[in-house]
Design a protein. Structure first.
Length: 426
């Protein structure tokens, strides 16, 4: 399998202010979808790029005569989140299948009773354990099927490395960056001194990779908020912003300038979960110097990953559940990986030659399947994300942006504003 499909990112996984969900009752669904002849139209709502191509959906339609799939894709996770909670609270209007992103998944789990129970003993062991555990509610109901996870590597510009006198071979780059975050920033100092250029794209993106290695960053297991008192959070915040003074390209994550920077050589490295490969290629299609190294500071980390849910309000819950199970089977998730780099959360896929031998032509024929399998195995922590994770992380990202991009605050004054915003959450 050669992974080379070009995809253009029109949005991102960045945060937005939390919505209050007022549950007004569970109505009978979002409209009749079964025609007089018995044919069924199933709506699927995703965001960014799940790798669910027209060809993939047409395959299901061919295998299931009478079923038509309408795929609605929001530009960003935030847009999808706003729509999801508004219509979940209204009791109608949601798609038959709704995608949910991991950072607001805990919010959704508060209302698991409004989602269909997808439990099926035949596929109970399909996913990595922590993916299934997160989707199982207090009553033992499995209310979401895992799609992808985001094991992280490091993407780099080989031409900029050569300019700095650094190795360009991906195995040598992996050896160069092996170690902790101190090592990553140490090499960054070397790069900046040699070239005067930026080592990484933004403080926000780099912080995300770092904080994803902390199990209890913002909340304790009982939901107690510890974000402003956790010394690990403050230390990571300060370390990345101190490094960003000289090493960051100061590009707001997911902005037009951020995407343009991938093509313009505005930075030498960026943290790369599997789904980021398609983002880079889609925004820098003519660049021939991007590569990926089988390494990640601190050992391993996961950034991102999503689920498919079936709202109970839908008119075709049984058929929607069948489609959701098919979309999240290893075979289809391997096709999604080939299309968009969305690394499967299904364990059976990890031993498949189609994944282990997958290369990416754009990234100089890098063995992306092998690299991401290795990076997946290196993940040692699944960060705890409770109800307030999303708004707290959003406040943190804004705090980082005030210093790194806008230049309107010092490290300390922006932290103080972060503390105030977290306290305001109650």
């Amino acid at each position: 399998m050669t992974f080379s499909r070009r995809t253009t990112a029109t949005g991102a996984l960045a945060g937005a202010a939390a919505l209050a969900l007022v549950i007004t009752g569970c109505a009978s669904g979002g409209g009749e979808q079964t025609g007089a002849d018995g044919d069924i139209t199933l709506t699927v709502a995703t965001f960014n790029d799940f790798g669910y191509t027209d060809e993939l959906l047409a395959q299901y339609e061919a295998e299931n005569p009478g079923v038509t799939i309408v795929h609605n894709r929001a530009a960003t996770s935030n847009d999808a989140r706003d729509n999801f909670f508004t219509k979940l609270g209204a009791g109608s209007g949601l798609a038959d299948i709704e995608a949910v992103e991991v950072d607001w998944f805990a919010e959704m789990m508060q209302y698991s009773d409004l989602l269909a129970d997808l439990s099926d003993p035949e596929i109970a062991d399909r996913w990595v354990d922590w993916k299934t555990e997160a989707a199982t509610d207090a009553d033992g109901r499995l209310v979401a099927y895992g799609t992808d996870i985001g094991p992280e590597a490091v993407c780099y510009r080989a031409d900029l490395f050569a300019e700095a006198g650094l190795p360009t071979d991906r195995a040598e780059v992996a050896a160069l960056l092996e170690g902790d975050w101190d090592r990553y920033f140490e090499v960054g100092d070397q790069f900046v001194e040699a070239t005067g250029g930026a080592w990484f794209d933004s403080a926000g993106a780099t912080y995300q990779g770092m904080i994803n290695q902390v199990e209890f960053a913002y909340e304790e297991e009982d939901g107690t908020v510890i974000a402003t008192e956790n010394p690990e959070v403050k230390a990571i915040y300060e370390q990345v912003l101190e490094a960003s003074e000289t090493q960051s390209a100061h590009l707001a994550q997911w902005s037009d300038d951020f995407f343009a920077g991938m093509a313009n050589g505005d930075f030498a490295t960026m943290l790369c979960p599997g789904w980021m490969l398609g983002v880079i290629e889609g925004n820098a299609p003519e660049v021939t110097d991007w590569d990926i190294a089988d390494v990640f500071p601190g050992g391993g980390g996961n950034w991102g990953g999503s689920y498919l849910t079936v709202p109970a309000q839908g008119a075709n819950v049984e058929e929607a559940t069948k489609l959701a199970a098919w979309l999240t089977a290893p075979e289809q998730q391997l096709q999604a990986f080939d299309s968009a780099g969305t690394f499967p959360s299904q364990t059976a896929a990890y031993s498949e030659d189609a994944l282990l031998t997958a290369t990416n032509e754009y990234f100089n024929d890098a063995p992306v399947g092998e690299i991401l399998v290795n990076r997946s195995e290196a993940i040692g922590v699944a960060p705890f994300k409770s109800v307030k994770y999303f708004p707290i992380n959003d406040a943190m990202q804004k705090s980082l942006t005030r210093v790194d991009v806008d230049g309107t605050h010092t490290i300390e004054s922006s932290w103080e504003q972060f503390v105030a915003e977290v306290e305001a959450l109650g």
